[in-house]
Design a protein around this ligand. Sequence first.
Ligand code: THU
Length: 138
Amino acid sequence: MTDESSLFGAALKAAENSYSPYSKFRVGAAILCADGSVVTGTNVENRSFGLTICAERSALVKAISQGKRDFSAIAIATPDAAYPVSPCGACRQVLSEFFPPEASVRFGNSETSCVKTTMASLFPFDALHELAREGKEL
Ligand code: THU
């Protein structure tokens, strides 16, 4: 069973596969699924710049494609930054589609110095999500 500190290790390892020739900024993400499996992803840049896919969305799209739907934690490793880099706004929105508010989120360049927070802190006031979870009509 993966604990959350080894989840960060998986994210660091995923960053080794980063395709980031433009920014030279490697990012790896590792998602802990409800069944105990871990799905990783990395950032995939594009020469158009705007079509770059972040590591978080790359991991989530992989997990959904594999049939996973329930997630409890995500770790995001940014080994090239001296300070913790948090997920961008687009990734927060996309993660919030599947991650419950209490899901654990950690990000940084090492397990010992990373920021440990929750989905609700990263993406507060997610009223539409709450309504959908409660099965209310929007
Ligand atoms: N990036 C991510 O993959 N996730 C983040 O949380 C921050 C930014 C990527 C996008 C781009 O390839 C590079 O990092 C620099 O912004």
